[in-house]
Design a protein around this ligand. Sequence first.
Ligand SMILES: Nc1nc2c(ncn2[C@@H]2O[C@@H]3COP(=O)(O)O[C@H]3[C@H]2O)c(=O)[nH]1
Ligand SMILES: [Zn+2]
Length: 639
Amino acid sequence: MATKTIHFVVNGHEETAEFGLSSSDRDVQELFRATAEVGADHILKLFSSNGQLLKISASLQQNQRSAPYRLQLESCKRSPYRLQLESCKSSPYRLQLESCKSSPYRLQLDSLKSSPYRLQLELQLESCKSSPYRLQLDSLKSSPYRLQLESCKSSPYRLQLDSLKSSPYRLQLESCKSTPYRLQLESCADVAGVAMPTQLVAMETRVQQLETRVMELNRSPELLHELDQEVEDFKRKLQSVEHLSWMGLFRDNTEKFIHKTGPRLTTAHATPVSSHTTPVSAHATPASVERQKLRTRFLNMRLETAACFCVRVQFKQLCVCSSLQVSEEVREHLKTPVFDNWQWEDSEMLVLLQTMFEDLGFVSEFQMETSILQNFLLEVHRHYNSIPFHNFSHCFCVTQMMYGLIWITELRTKLSRTDLLIMITSALCHDLDHPGYNNVYQINAQTDLALRYNDISPLENHHCAVAFSILSKPACNILKNVTSDQYKQIRSGMIKCILATDMARHNEILNKFKSFQPTFDFSNKEHKEVLMKILVKVSDISNEARPVSVAEPWLDCLLQEFFNQSDTEKSRGLPVTPFMDRDKVSKPSSQTNFITFVLLPLFTELTKLFPCLELHILDPVRRALEYYGDLEKASNLKH
Ligand SMILES: Nc1nc2c(ncn2[C@@H]2O[C@@H]3COP(=O)(O)O[C@H]3[C@H]2O)c(=O)[nH]1
Ligand SMILES: [Zn+2]
């Protein structure tokens, strides 16, 4: 059987991995884990002999024994979950699930009164004969945990902790009655940040009030509308760090309400229900469909919150885990445009962003508290939507390119630390809460954003407003210790830089920058301001300055978002944005135009001021033009 042989060094030992050509990526990853003697909860990174990060997959290139790769253990994700079920009132039970560092799970069910069962287990556990409870912890093969507490009698409690493969934790506590239980999912890494009993209790009350309203619903569509509003308000409230611990408290009482509410609503509309919901029966009434809709919103909200929660837990663990040290090699790699974002998970990118703030000296200069910086980064992460292009990974790439440009052009010697902070933070925040539809769409569809900002850069205004609403939260305010003059300067600088990313202003800004050449003066405020805008803009559209393996998947993401917009425009009878129309553009045509008319003129102008950029960003863009030009010619010949 044909095989591939990879030579590498791990923990100072030379090793060889050999696998068949038909092996899957997973087989290869497991092979490397086995060689490094680590489990699935460790982060392994493989580097080539010249320090380039390699993806551990079946497509790894064979290498010579004389030039081995290096396998490095970056961190252990193993984690300290603690699960507690406590009765707020007089109930005697206490349930705890702990994963200690050295692993096996310890699970305890104590009766505080007549005292105790104490149970320990690794995989499965059943309670003592005398107890009416059955308790199970299953570790399935591919790892998800399932934890259930059920009463064998007709007891109303059901408790579940699911860790799905793709990660989000789902935690549920249901009681058919109105429950006196308080349920907490905590990462020990950040107990203070997650467990907030007062908010929790307040929110539980809120849920109960909402439920009561649902039960009181009669036929009034106004009431339904009002309820809808409340759900929206509630959702907004939940989308803040403080309320993450709410995620176990929602109780699904849909069925109950369907029976309890009186006659049907006559004016409610049937709305499509997502795959997350249970199917609507053929006999569904408009009222039940409406309730399904509400339920769907709750469920989606819970899934989103859970996904963010999961990244939060992983990030905090990476931060706490003493074994995590961003290696010198990674730190250096982070300063270059060849950095490959696709190799890193969200929680790891958060660590890298924190590293950028530290290595640029922001943390010491502006006296940022580490936990506040982490909260800020997490809030930024949470406010990027899961859409194909304008998502958190894009935010990371733009910030990382900005970071790279700062180092390559030695801007630390030319601009103040405050200016650098403005540019990095602007890059980080420049697309916050992007909905996946551009300004033209916002204006044509007369969306809330277009109305709010009078058609003037609605998206960029929104991104900026979201940025400052995050900073306005004390727990996330990285600017808390700056002077009021510094704050004013940072705010005004960020507003200018973020608003400058509206491509409708591209020529205006580029022409201004051109007008200052060749006598550009770093001490001239106007010159400096336009340079800062140009640098953020360059970072924003710099994918093609990266290696093809990094840039091309980004183009696919962009076109996916473009096509989605033009499809919606067609279906809603709005003007169709030509460069987004799947019937008019192809990958090569889209890129040859964009590179020729947007990227090259912009990058060339910046390179005049910083000639060292020719090698780092201009040449790769020229190569990309050649690549897509060839593809375009080939496709023209075919037709
Ligand atoms: N065709 C093309 N457009 C891009 C590329 N990168 C960025 N853009 C466009 O440039 C715009 C910059 O601002 P937006 O993020 O609103 O939307 C972006 C895209 O429309 C690219 O690689 N190819
Ligand atoms: Zn952007």
